[in-house]
Design a protein around this ligand. Structure first.
Ligand SMILES: O=C(O)CCC(=O)C(=O)O
Length: 311
């Protein structure tokens, strides 16, 4: 974590109540840079300040698999991105099954009942799909903005970074209304950035266990321990609106606790990968987003993954 400083206290205090932005749009299309507080985060300008930012994120990711840049979005960015999310939130998809395992996938009848693959936990959140945003939206323009991708690539120390190729889930909003939660799980894509647009008044906290699995080891015993309530390695973050969070969700088990307040929690998620062509599995995509495309069906026979982990 970048900004927290004191690893013995992973629960960051809840931010002051934010202005409840009206959904009214400004009617003006902003440059992507206007959505970012570039005074504080000059990500598009090469130089020492950018280098320092990159170094601080790298340290957070190396130490904890997670880093936060507080107040990354400008006031305009928070307003515009929240307005777009609020407009689409009524069309979020909720899976009536209301439960999922850590792979957000099917169980396996050949494995014991207490194997992580066969342990299903409450998952009641919804998602606004990527195809709800066309290329003219602020969120999509920011996702496709090269200086942001270049900054992320440098923060990750990668030679190249690709927008996650999944047309249904590469840029989504996690919607958690009162009482809703997102169970412990791993991600398919290697790397995600999130931007909190509207927090829960109570609850709705992001929790994670860094590096619980790695490309060579699913660490089923470690996963089972967390599911059984072992909180020794659990870290909790209470994000503020406009914060940018870097997260290596393929290896760190993570969840969002139930929203215990009256305000719907809305979080924008942008996913990236080290290799092109990776998309979610047909089962997982249908279950989470209620839809698959020809791209998912075509990729099913030869999935592109950087490792052999269960999705
Ligand atoms: O809503 C969040 O903070 C986390 C979303 C999440 O778990 C994910 O993107 O996999």
């Amino acid at each position: 974590m970048v900004q927290i400083g004191n690893p013995s206290n992973w629960l960051v205090f809840r931010c002051a109540p934010t202005v409840a932005y009206a959904a009214a749009r400004m009617g003006t299309m902003r440059r992507p840079s206007a959505l970012i507080d570039t005074g504080r985060y000059p990500i598009a300008t090469m130089g020492q300040r950018r280098n320092d930012l990159v170094a601080s994120v790298r340290t957070g990711l190396a130490d904890d698999g997670c880093a936060v840049l507080p107040g990354f979005l400008s006031t305009t960015g928070r307003r515009e991105l929240l307005a777009e999310a609020l407009e689409r939130e009524p069309r979020a998809f909720y899976n009536p099954a209301n439960e999922a395992n850590v792979h957000l996938g099917d169980g396996d009848p050949t494995l014991p009942d207490d194997h992580p693959r066969n342990r299903f936990l409450a998952r009641t959140n919804g998602f606004v799909r990527a195809d709800e945003w066309d290329d003219s939206t602020h969120a999509k323009r920011l996702y496709d903005w090269s200086p942001l991708k270049d900054f992320l690539r440098d923060c990750l120390g990668k030679d190249e970074l690709y927008v996650y190729d999944d047309p249904v889930s590469n840029m989504i909003v996690n919607v958690q209304r009162t009482g809703q939660e997102f169970n412990w799980h791993f991600d398919t894509n290697e790397f995600t950035i999130t931007m909190l647009l509207q927090p829960a008044d109570q609850g709705g906290l992001f929790e994670y266990v860094p590096d619980l699995r790695n490309p060579a080891d699913e660490n089923e015993a470690g996963v089972s321990a967390v599911l059984d309530g072992d909180r020794r390695d659990v870290r909790t973050i209470d994000l503020c609106p406009g914060d940018l969070q870097f997260f290596l969700g393929r290896f760190s088990l993570h969840r969002v606790t139930p929203n215990e307040g009256a305000t719907t929690r809305l979080l924008l998620i942008m996913s990236f990968g080290e290799s092109p062509g990776s998309v979610g599995s047909v089962q997982r995509t249908r279950s989470l987003y209620g839809k698959v495309t020809d791209t998912h069906l075509a990729a099913a026979s030869a999935p592109v993954r950087a490792d052999a982990l269960v999705d």
